[in-house]
Ligand binder design. Structure first.
Ligand code: ATP
Length: 374
């Protein structure tokens, strides 16, 4: 097992800068998820670590060794792809054995590892089948099995669950979690699915346009986004953003945001004091909006029951609409008039020009993971 260190890593394809100077520590035994929208450079970063692309600049270390000049097969990694990449003419067992045979591993060890891994993944009864005779979920297990038998220093996984249906994805996600607990192999996992990222990662790196925007413990990053991009990307439905102006009224610091005005909580006062008169963006997570009889008046525009919760789209007036995540049994219908309140302690404030959070403070418990973004 090993840690992986990326230092000022750059990859250009002609004029396209796919990876734009990424520095990231992936601790030994961690499950690090690279997450971000399509085209942000996740797969390219993973392929650079795998040795499937050559870095234009910067350094990749696996353990203590700089591996930039090492070919893919010389790096002690195993990769799991979105399309599984199984050999169609080989049986499950042959698919799992192949990598070990290529590396000249002793026959008795191959047999032992294949049997153990097949048992772990509950595919022992499928060893004689060919990939075409397997369901998508079973093929996914074989692809994982082929990586696990190698006992590599690092697993690299590129959207390995995206070809599965929604239910199977959730099941395989839980299984990946358990597998990681058992094997503790350093894992770098790429996905554009923020829920997958939040549930699997012990370290999440949110990427945009070839750069890492924020890295850390997923719960911490969700609660403390550094900028508008991270705030918007994590969470479903996304955080609400309402533009306002910071003003002083009767000695208090308030945000005038059109349909509503609120006093800045004490804990944020110092951070916002220097921004008096500036345009700022207030961020409100939908789960922090509640229906209260004495709250702001709002018109219900859309009601979306989602099972465990209901999402409301609410018109606050002045062209400001927000979403609220409420209990599923709240008796609300479209065109109803309701009253809403925001949990003031969980508001976020961003600079409207730079998009940077004005209230982000790294928590003590996250200092270790923050330190990994150097
Ligand atoms: P997705 O989620 O869609 O797979 P991604 O975040 O993994 O996206 P990458 O595949 O790493 O993104 O691509 C990053 C950028 O680099 C994109 O603009 C892409 O078009 C470009 N790119 C990737 N590979 C190549 C290539 N071989 N040649 C030219 N441009 C490339």
């Amino acid at each position: 097992m090993a840690e992986v260190t990326l230092d000022a890593l750059v990859k250009r394809f002609g004029d396209v800068v796919a990876v734009d100077g990424i520095s990231l520590d992936i601790p030994d035994e961690s499950f690090t998820v690279l997450v971000g929208p399509s085209g942000c450079g996740k797969t390219t970063t993973l392929r650079l670590v795998a040795g499937l692309e050559r870095a234009t600049d910067g350094e990749i270390k696996i353990g203590d060794e700089v591996v930039n000049d090492r070919r893919a097969y010389e790096r002690d990694i195993a990769m799991v792809f979105q399309n599984y990449a199984l050999y169609p003419h080989k049986t499950v067992e042959e698919n799992m054995r192949f990598g070990l045979e290529q590396h000249g591993v002793e026959e008795s060890i191959i047999e032992e590892r294949v049997a153990e891994t097949a048992a772990l993944l509950q595919i022992s009864d499928l060893l004689d089948r060919r990939p075409a005779e397997l369901s998508g979920g079973q093929q996914q297990r074989v692809a994982l099995g082929r990586a696990i038998v190698r006992e590599p220093d690092v697993f690299l996984m590129d959207e390995p669950l995206s070809n599965l249906d929604a239910k199977l994805r959730v099941q395989m996600r839980a299984e990946l979690n358990k597998l990681h607990e058992k094997l503790s192999t350093t894992t770098v996992y790429v996905t554009h699915d923020q829920i997958e990222a939040m549930t699997l990662a012990d370290q999440i790196a949110v990427m945009d346009a070839g750069e890492i925007q924020q890295v850390g413990d997923p719960t911490f990053v969700y609660a403390n986004p550094r900028n508008l991009f991270v705030a918007d990307f994590l969470g479903s439905p996304s955080m609400n953003f309402v533009e306002g102006t910071l003003m002083r009224r009767d000695g208090s610091l308030v945000v005038d945001a059109g349909p509503f005005e609120h006093e800045v909580p004490d804990s944020y006062r110092d951070a916002l004091d220097g921004k008096l008169g500036d345009r700022i963006i207030v961020g409100i997570r939908p789960e922090n909006v509640t229906l209260r009889p004495d709250g702001l008046p709002a018109l219900v525009e859309v009601v979306e029951p989602q099972g465990e919760k209901t999402v409301l789209e609410l018109d606050l007036g002045d062209d400001v609409s927000i979403k609220a995540s409420v209990e599923p049994d709240v008796p609300v219908e479209r065109t109803d008039r309701v009253n809403v309140e925001f949990d003031r302690r969980s508001l976020h404030y961003f600079d409207a020009d730079t998009g940077e959070s004005l209230t982000y403070t790294p928590a003590e418990r996250s200092e270790a993971s923050e330190a990994t973004l150097r």
